[in-house]
Design a protein. Structure first.
Lengths: 114, 227
């Protein structure tokens, strides 16, 4: 599995095409969105990405330092991180199905209490 | 009335406890400079006197004592770890294990916030112990960690509890919000450890540096484990 650093927002190619695909995804699943949501979605960056070209798996890697005062801090932070990238994962899996590329996206969270 | 040997022994013991006593010559001169009238006792007489002084403890070994084994190098302590039973005499490892057992037992009786924090399971608390024992880490860093999880870090909230400060507001936040938004009372501005480490808007750079540093370590570990 190879690891890749995330490019800064806007540094990728085919941004217009990406916008169009995101809009189509939102319309297909009847998800309410605004123009700013798409910009936010594009500019949001996980801490890292891992690719397994053989198994066609793409993994979002998230690392968080969270306050561990409360006992349920880890579960809450995990949920928060999953919610943040759920639409991205849904979009990638949707696009993959649409283009029959067999790639699947998932997420792994690393959370450290401080 | 004590026997003659014991009486003499006591006299010598009392004399040797005073300043200016010279047992080898038997002359004992007090601070006043006057010589005592006690008979002189020479060191050559000690072997004769010693058995009387020492009493029951004169035996060179503890062979008659029930606790004699404690003094010998025998593996009298045993414990099981990962289904393997270990045996050992009293040594540094055993002392540490005893300390650990005592700490664990005492932890069960405690209900404070520090104890609650430490007994949380599956939270890698053992790493805190390893960090604290790591001699390559500076003592200041280890002390800070200890202060943080024992709720002793001298932030404003803690200083107010100790009666040293009256205000618990973060001074950096107050200045920041006053400068940026002209608001004197910003939200969530109580200067606690959590505020300093996670929320204070004036300290984003150390937080980002910490995040990236740990992230690099994580990436390094993942790369090492990747095939």
């Amino acid at each position: 599995m190879g690891l890749h650093e995330i490019l800064p927002p806007g540094a990728g190619q085919n941004r217009a095409k990406l916008r169009k695909n995101i809009e189509e995804y939102h319309l297909a699943y009847d998800i309410d969105f605004e123009e700013t949501d798409i910009d936010t979605s594009i500019s949001r960056r996980p801490d890292g990405l891992a690719f397994d070209k053989g198994k066609k798996i793409c993994v979002f890697i998230e690392y968080t330092r969270a306050m561990d005062t409360n006992e349920d801090w880890a579960e809450k932070k995990e949920q928060e991180k999953n919610d943040r990238y759920s639409s991205h994962l849904g979009f990638i899996n949707h696009l993959s199905n649409q283009e029959k590329s067999d790639w699947k996206a998932s997420q792994i969270n690393f959370t450290i209490g401080v | 009335m004590l026997p003659a040997g014991k009486r003499r022994g006591r006299q010598l013991f009392q004399q040797s406890g005073t300043r200016g006593c010279v047992p080898s010559t038997g002359r004992c001169q007090r601070e006043t400079g006057q010589e005592t009238s006690n008979p002189p006792i020479r060191l050559g007489m000690l072997p004769i006197l010693l058995p009387d002084w020492m009493g029951e403890g004169k035996s060179p070994s503890m062979w008659g004592n029930q606790d004699a084994n404690i003094m010998r190098d025998r593996p009298i302590f045993s414990w099981t770890e990962n289904r393997t039973t270990h045996r050992s005499p009293m040594n540094t490892t055993i002392k540490k294990r005893i300390d650990l057992q005592v700490a664990r037992q005492q932890l069960k009786t405690q209900t404070g916030s520090t104890a609650n924090f430490l007994i949380r399971e599956d939270n890698s608390r053992d790493l805190l112990g390893k960090f604290h024992k790591d001699r390559s880490v500076s003592i200041r860093a280890r002390r800070r960690v200890l202060q943080c999880f024992s709720h002793q870090f001298p932030c404003a909230l803690q200083l107010q509890k100790w009666g040293i400060l009256k205000k618990v507001k973060c001074r950096l936040c107050e200045k920041y919000y006053y400068k940026e938004n002209k608001i004197g009372d910003p939200p969530d501005s109580v200067e606690s450890v959590g505020h300093i480490q996670c929320y204070c808007p004036v300290l984003p750079l150390p937080r980002i540096a910490m995040h990236h540093g740990k992230w690099r370590e994580l990436m390094f570990s993942i790369r090492k484990s990747s095939t």
